[in-house]
Design a protein around this ligand. Structure first.
Ligand SMILES: [Zn+2]
Length: 66
């Protein structure tokens, strides 16, 4: 069963908060660092996601707050 994981980050460029969302199959799955675009300023941020999500690019970002 897949679990939707929501990791909160602060943008390395604009400092606003956003969430990286991905599905995790195995809670012990290793993480991989990927590039995710900040939903506020589109700057690429290096964030960890589950390795299967990284392989299929099955992750996205959502704004937190305004
Ligand atoms: Zn940003």
């Amino acid at each position: 069963m897949k679990t939707e994981t929501r990791d909160r980050h602060g943008c390395q460029n604009c400092g606003k908060r956003f969430a990286v969302v991905y599905h995790q199959v195995d809670p012990d799955e290793p993480a991989r660092t990927v590039s995710a675009a900040c939903p506020h300023c589109q700057a690429p941020n290096r964030v960890p996601v589950a390795s299967s999500a990284a392989t299929g690019s099955e992750y996205w970002t959502e704004r937190i707050g305004s």
